[in-house]
Design a protein around this ligand. Sequence first.
Ligand code: FCB
Length: 313
Amino acid sequence: MDDYRGLIPDPHLPPQTIFFDDTVIAGITPMQRGKPYDEIIDRPRGMKGYILNLTIDGEGLVRDGAQSFTCQKGDLLLFAPAVPHYYHISPAASRWYHQWIYFFPRSHWLPALSWHCKVDQVEHYSLPEENFSEFSGMFWEIIRRNHSQGATSQLLSLTYLEMLLFRRQEIARQEEDLLLPASAVSDVRISLAMMFMQENMMRADLTLEEIAAHVHLSPSRFNHVFLAAVGQSPIKWLNGQKLKNAKRLLESTELSILQVAQRSGFVDPNYFSKFFRQQTGLSPQQYRSGADVAGPKTAEGKAKAVSASSSEA
Ligand code: FCB
């Protein structure tokens, strides 16, 4: 685990240079304080392709706009094209080892690249502990294939990458499904409607009619089918998702309450505070200070908030 140097060329260290014009490029960056890889990755305009990043050891700190968050073993990050990169070893740690994959996706991968779990622009997902080796293994396989010659190896690294993205989606869905009745899990119209609602959660003009049309049902039929399968109306479920998102942002970012409301799809901040209090018994501010004292409550909240200024290593 200690020394990966020489094993995989790293693009930011001369004289090795990798030109990012291939479909998949993968590697590992073993950042250790005071050693050659100890530097800040700073790409204000991001990259042309996507970057997947898996922490395998230590702790990294990622700055995303005014926000910073840390990532630990098992945290997957996804930077879409043009999303700024600014990351390095966390000031609290002596090292940060991460595996990464730079790629241009096939078009049918696009839904698997939307994780509904963004801190500003960076998607993040904390793998369940029992899946860490499986994912790290897939990264290794891609890295290994990527650094061997031949078209077949390149194709195989794409295949592994496809598997990795869809496995993540499957695991994330299984986690969500655990919270749902079996009737909802088995009805594909419900899953599609839920995905549609999550993707459009921030839109103020999202209507029941539009969601129903997405799954080819009339609004009243859709309401009925959803209520029967899930045990609550689509709008109530959607509000629950917004609340979940708001809680996560309160726990893991320093966004203002107004920004949290907006990013969770609440048009009216007063309504947001009222709704939040009704559902949790706390104001958003109280919830946040509770979250600070007790630490993140959920796996999603693992990406802890740290002040932007502390990121200046
Ligand atoms: C390396 C970084 C890694 C990734 C690739 C593209 O230098 O260490 O995180 O951004 O470049």
